[in-house]
Design a protein around this ligand. Structure first.
Ligand code: ATP
Ligand code: MG
Length: 562
């Protein structure tokens, strides 16, 4: 795993400002944060921004970050999700101090609940959820007290013990905080702290049939771990008052909650619940389908952790929610891949070129032809060169030839010259067609003294084409991806968000590649010259070579021109 470095130049975000102030005033000596995923799905790009923020802070300041699974809801959680979350955080380049589970605190949380009951600050309510909703009031009208609100401490303790022991069915009773049914903050109107749920839990098994609500678990878990800065998204702003109330009444370590805006990207959805529907209903092949905005999908598609971290860095930390252009994410990966991708030649829609005056130089492997040396990455000379065979029969892209070219078409045309990448200049002498008029072959001649790097021909040509040797090219499958949704924000459209899925988000094509791609591994990123960036897909097995298009070469994003 690669260490993450901090970018020094940028200005502080508002959470860093708070932290620097706190450290200066001696409020804390170290900064402790946590990343608290609920293991009910795979992590997506929105989570990445929370991960980069939480782990980034403790790389920058003294302290550490815990990974805490928020597994208080037994019904939706699964160990498959736990494993994927750990893998994704590691892959992004971060290391947690402790791997923790809110469910490990169930005994302690139960004790906290008992403390509240003993202090007269919590009671057992027999009201149904409908009755509770009716008592709740509205933002402009106060609520009404539950008829069970004045139960004695002893009765409450007795009922809570019986609840824990399984004496009551689901939904028949709850434990509620006894705060104020006229409170301006609706969440403070006697919120539910514990509910009955006779369900098997992925870690605690059947030990519990009562489970704490989010508000009764999150702040308390923070406090147990002495988290200093508990960072969450804006929808928890109204919860902060309850968070503080519980910490104060329980007299436990005063963790503090800070909120930042959720990050959403256009042309996709970033909600585990919605992503789960796409998986379960077969719109995608799985959580790691390369079209998914999940970390595992992006990884499979060929995104790099560096690119994702750079993206999170650039979108920064805000207080107002907004939609981030997916073009920025593509920009970031393109920038990184340009530096690290091996250049390779792949022809997608081939037309055969026969070089009539080419005399085989070294038959060598029996396929005929000479060896030319091609640079692996002009952005990184340390990657050196590779050898590619050249012969009298090659393929070029059909679109790189035009019989009647417009002005400024610098590629191949009758009588026109073009350079073949790292090889020779050729000239098109004759176009061969079948009975239907389709071009089947281009007869060309080459200029022997025009070899790249040793060109004494004195000829100047404007176009350079990629090509493959027809005699040893390998056939590969390429998966070209487009946006998963037709609209920027499917979740905000009328009707079902799935009605807005792009039916053409995947196109599978065959292509001809230079044989060096036979050595492709999951460590390598490729640029197919003049095409885009590609990455080997996990479906490649038993001699099949399947590549995902990570991103096209062209920058469609216009937002960041400085
Ligand atoms: P989802 O709606 O996708 O299920 P969630 O908030 O329920 O998201 P959690 O597993 O509870 O998912 O999230 C773990 C952490 O990641 C939380 O602190 C949450 O606030 C943060 N987070 C989730 N989605 C985003 C997002 N789109 N942008 C920034 N942070 C996010
Ligand atoms: Mg959640």
């Amino acid at each position: 795993m690669e260490e993450v470095k901090n970018t020094e130049e940028r200005s502080l975000n508002f959470i860093e400002e708070i932290i620097e102030e706190d450290l200066k005033n001696g409020k804390y000596k170290q900064v402790l944060t946590r990343f608290p995923p609920e293991p009910n799905g795979y992590l997506h790009i929105g989570h990445a921004s929370s991960i980069c923020l939480n782990f980034g802070l403790t790389l920058k300041y003294p302290g550490y970050t815990n990974l805490r699974f928020d597994d208080t809801n037994p019904v939706t959680e699964d160990t498959e999700y736990v494993e994927s979350i750990k893998q994704d955080i590691n892959w992004l380049g971060f290391a947690w101090q402790h791997e923790l589970y809110a469910s490990d605190y169930f005994d302690q949380l139960y004790e906290y609940a008992v403390t509240l009951i003993k202090k007269g600050l919590a009671y057992i309510d027999d009201s149904t959820s409908e009755e509770m909703a009716a008592q709740k009031g509205t933002p402009t009208e106060p609520g009404r007290n539950s008829p069970y609100r004045n139960r004695s401490v002893d009765e409450n303790l007795d009922l809570f013990t019986k609840m824990k022991a399984g004496a009551f069915p689901d939904g028949s009773k709850t434990l509620r905080a006894r705060i104020d049914m006229a409170h301006a903050n609706m969440l403070m109107r006697d919120p539910v702290l514990y509910r009955i749920k006779h369900a098997h839990h992925h870690r605690t098994g059947d030990k519990w049939c009562i489970y704490p609500m989010y508000d009764m678990a999150h702040g308390q878990s923070d406090s147990i771990e002495t988290i200093t800065h508990s960072i969450c998204t804006m929808e928890f702003v109204p919860h902060r008052e309850l968070y503080d109330w519980l910490i104060e009444k329980l007299e436990i370590y005063p963790s503090r909650q800070y909120e930042f805006a959720r990050r959403n990207i256009n042309y996709t959805v970033t909600s585990k619940r919605k992503l789960l529907q796409l998986v379960n209903e077969g719109y995608v092949t799985g959580w790691d389908d390369p079209r998914m905005p999940t970390i595992s999908g992006l990884r499979r598609r060929g995104y790099t952790p560096e690119a994702i971290r750079e993206f999170c860095e650039r979108i920064g930390v805000a207080k107002r929610e907004n939609m981030v252009d997916v073009g920025l994410l593509e920009f970031c990966v393109r920038e990184h891949l340009n530096k690290i991708a091996f250049r390779r030649m792949v022809v997608f829609d081939p037309v055969k070129v026969v070089i009539t005056n080419y005399v085989k130089k070294e038959p060598g492997d029996g396929k005929g032809g000479e060896i030319v040396s091609v640079e692996n990455n002009p952005e990184d000379v340390s990657t050196g060169h590779r050898e590619v065979t050249f012969s009298n029969e090659i393929y070029i892209e059909r679109e790189d030839f035009m019989e009647v070219p417009p002005k400024k078409f610098f590629r191949l045309a009758p009588g026109q010259m073009v350079r073949l990448k790292s090889a020779y200049i050729i000239k098109c002498d004759e176009v061969i067609k079948d009975a239907a008029g389709n071009i089947t072959e281009l007869r060309c001649s080459y200029i022997p003294e025009s070899h790249s790097g040793n060109d004494t021909s004195g000829l100047k040509v404007k176009g350079t084409l990629h090509w493959v040797n027809a005699k040893d090219a390998i056939e590969i499958e390429v998966r070209e991806y487009d946006r998963l949704f037709r609209v920027e924000n499917a979740a905000a459209e009328e009707g079902d968000f799935k009605d807005y899925i792009n039916p053409d988000s995947l196109k599978t094509v065959k292509a001809y590649a230079e044989p060096s791609l036979l050595n492709a591994s999951f460590k390598d990123h490729f640029q197919f010259l003049r095409k885009g960036y590609y990455f080997l897909d996990k479906d490649s097995e038993g001699g099949d070579f399947i590549f995902n298009r990570t991103v096209t070469l062209k920058d469609g994003w216009k937002g960041e021109k400085q």
